[in-house]
Design a protein around this ligand. Sequence first.
Ligand code: NAP
Length: 404
Amino acid sequence: MGTILLPLQRLEMLLSDLHPSPKHPPQVIVREIDSSSQQDLPTTTLETKSQTDPRRDSGASIAQPQTQTALVITPSRTYQLTSDFPAPASPGPGEVVIRTRAAGLNHIDWKSVEHNFCLPALPWVVGREMAGVVEGVGAGVEGVRRGDRVWTSTYYKDRRAGCFQELVVVPAHTVARMPANLGFASASCLGVGGLTAAMTLWRWLGLPMHPPPADGPGGARQVILIWGGSTVTGQFAVQLAAHVGWDVIAVCSDRTADLVRRLGPKHVVTYSGRADGEIVDEIHALGRGRISKAIDLVGPQTARVVLDVIARSEGVVDFAPLAFVSSKEAIPASARVHNVEMKQFVLDRASEVYAKRLNELVESGVVVIPKLRVIQGLGAVEGGLKQLKEGDLAGDKLVVSLSV
Ligand SMILES: NC(=O)c1ccc[n+]([C@@H]2O[C@H](COP(=O)([O-])OP(=O)(O)OC[C@H]3O[C@@H](n4cnc5c(N)ncnc54)[C@H](OP(=O)(O)O)[C@@H]3O)[C@@H](O)[C@H]2O)c1
């Protein structure tokens, strides 16, 4: 037994609070979209408009706007919708400017404002994922053109990359084309939930990106435990792991069990109304000594329970506690804890392979986007983040759509 020290431990402690505070009605207009077709119906007409933009590919220069609408975090850390926030200057070498059509809402957004981290200066703009139309590219950018429909996943260090603004500037290697079967709202949630699941499995836990060959040697199937199978990130993780032939044990509540079952796990374990020890016993029995990877997507309490499962494992288990594990936690000798750093998508150009593979899996229908709830306009984001904090979305993904 020993302890681990994660470099981001304080920050992650702040990230860990998934559990809802006492309920109060969220001030947000919610429109539910049936995402079964993977298309966001409300954006269809807008998409047609962008495809027929006469400036596209014409080489004609577009007047550079001086200002833009943004949801700004003020020096007193309040949210302020402003229409005269400075627009970014022309993109620098290797950069891409994207006009936001939809952006995903994530826990990191409200947590960074509430607990004052990942805000290098104020005023600031938060928001880590978006989809939109390329407005311009800087010198040396290849493979991305004005008018392309793209999505991206951003890092907090550059105010221009905050996604709750009309124009977002990011490095070209973080820009991925939108899968042809997705609208902007669906594509806007690939950058955090989708990519985090993909990079956690493929980069940190070492799961394969492709299924084994049908005529391969076979052998005992490996098992991954995903605690939080109904979370947006968990829904992607369950599908990705099941696709490469792993047996997934997914933990969720009674209310989301049917949703999670549809994603293809081998077993769904519900936690509702049950003691931790009973759940550990059930997972241990289902794993039959074959659990070699684990993810927690809920918080320190559930990370502790996952560690209890790992303590009973015979071999080493790679564990990614995505919603924090305390540095004071006793780590069993059988656990190898991985600190997932999504900033590596921006810092390490080689990470673009993960976005490309995720795109292929979404486009081929292997990976289905979580059900969306779409709110309209940046002015609705503050209310949406309150709703996200409440934790009552039952697996739905909250995104904001911007009109053009
Ligand atoms: N490190 C990173 O880069 C990174 C990236 C992405 C996400 N994260 C973190 O991962 C966590 C999940 O994010 P998300 O956006 O995917 O979450 P989310 O979709 O907002 O998750 C909400 C869901 O959590 C489930 N849940 C609540 N308590 C649970 C419990 N005790 N056991 C199992 N499930 C429980 C609830 O469904 P049920 O009805 O099933 O309980 C709820 O619908 C957050 O803490 C987030 O900050 C970290």
